[in-house]
Write a protein that binds this ligand. Sequence first.
Ligand code: WT7
Length: 675
Amino acid sequence: MFLDVSGLTIVYVLIEIQSMKRPTIESILKEKRLFQPPAGFSENAHIKSLEQYKQLYEQAKADPQGFWADLAAQELHWFEKWTQVLDWQPPFVKWFVGGKMNISYNCLDRHLTTWRRNKAALIWEGEPGDSRTLTYAQLHREVCQMANVFKQLGVQKGDRVGIYMPMIPEAAIAMLACARIGAPHTVVFGGFSAEALKDRLVDAEAKLVVTADGGWRKDAIVPLKVQVDKALANDGAPSVENVLVVKRTAQEIKMEPGRDHWWHDLQATASPDCPAEPMDSEDMLFILYTSGTTGKPKGVVHTTGGYNLYTHMTLKWAFDIQDTDVYWCTADVGWITGHSYIVYGPLSNGATSLMYEGAPRPSNPGCLWDVVEKYGVNIFYTAPTAIRAFIKMGEHHLLSRNLSSLRLLGTVGEPINPEAWIWYHRIIGGERCPIVDTWWQTETGGFMLTPLPAATPTKPGSATLPFPGIIADVVDLEGNPVADNQGGYLVIRHPWPSMMRTVYGDPDRFRRTYWEHIAPKDGQYLYFAGDGARRDEDGYFWVMGRVDDVINVAGHRLGTMEIESALVSHPAVAEAAVVSKPDPVKGEDVVAFVTLEGSQNASDQLKDELKQHVVQEIGAIARPGEIRFTDALPKTRSGKIMRRLLRSLAGGQEIAGDTSTLEDRSVLDKLRGGA
Ligand code: WT7
């Protein structure tokens, strides 16, 4: 865990990343191909050329406050204008201080006085063939009703609301209803376990939980309400007063009188009239939990005005969103991608956002392409792990489908290997669609590095250049920029509007995690992203992956410590160390080295039991791909587990680098032999 040992471990990890024989990074570094924006694309594009991008970039760099203030005034509705654009007291930032606005007003009400009133806001495709389209007027009506229901259930401005939902329109409605009355939401991905849900509800002190009886996932029902019941059992989350339940799958569930209410019952009598609460620009919009290096996931706090502006602008320029587009982001609303680029960014722009409950599954591996064809999807945004899974499924699923409506493709979540990029370009994009590879994080709120499709020539595997207003750099631990093509740490030099404001309830952790690894230089604070990167001779950024103990499994971010804590909470486990190994589809997979309590016997059955235990504690996304029993873990003399040795072993590589700090060298031989 690198927080304990200052920067040293980061250096080790970075050296290791550079020398690692991971095919993705190796091939990325050799990548020289350049793809120009397709001819004709720029005609209607918001940003039409590289010159225009450069001019915007320089303008924003010279006068960031003027740049963002002009856009905020042009693009958003304010009940009251701000008195100060930026208040930067490192590392704490405020944007549009004194401004009053409401993001649900910007996403809904302001479109109702235009022709967009009857435009599709959300198109929803549910897994067993259900579908629904909500126009802006219809969505507005339902959001107002739910906002009134929330109030009726005692939720007031400032109270937190937990949302634990499948991918159904009610998830977006609940988020917007929260925003409308100024109750910050905390959405918990429906794949998280009851235990993980409880932790988040407790940390956020949520007053209300919005859930569903169940959701559909790969031809099966995910029992969400049952998990909520488990999380709340024995006063597990004492702040929760009410639970609101959407009927989705209609299986039998228990409703606790006084606490649990059906969504449709309360909606039936709710008034559709609920003016949007004027919120301060810096009022909290939501908390979203994400994994870090230390044990518990941290509550990333985003506020109203800056987040609205930045998600609005990035979607508009990087995805070149047009009024005729059907835009589809395949993420789940439980992640930041769903928040920023299924709900807030698209709706603020008055776009049509498609929500899909399903996933490719053996009974219908080509289902995504049916959706593209059915709705004539124009913009498609997904993750490299999904693209690699499509490749594996084979091209025959695609040949029978017409994908000619697509005009732009996006990718996010991890570095994309050039092979997957080229396949995406050729097979999905028919060689005519630009690919925007967007690098960003839960913490950044919106895209930081991204091509603009009519402006930026792309290189497979590179997230290319910073969005206008973002001053990105690659530096060493002293904060000095490194030479071209040298590895270093990816940092951001100037605050941007949708920067996370703090860790909920723990401002010190915010400072420690993001602002202290790299010393402030000349009074300038650098935001430390936790990623290693290089910049090439054209100024293009190549993100190489995390330099901390965060791993990325199928685009999901997991802390190794979290999984270790889950493992050691099992009575058979004495100690556990979790590392990742490269995986051809998921990018990385979880490998756990486990020592057992004295009387326990290693067996395959116990391995399965431990995997299941991790699923119970965190959720299926954290299930270890491999568990290796060992007598001892390699440790330094001061007792720190030497993870980089374990990583080499897990990846089937020879142990390279210095092992002189290892306390007991025989452990290595045992690890090599045993497992
Ligand atoms: C981490 C953030 C932002 C939404 C999805 C994940 C990795 C993300 C890219 C990209 C290379 C990427 C980074 C980052 N990452 N996008 N285009 N190229 N790496 O959000 O869960 O907060 O994870 O995902 O390592 O730090 P998140």
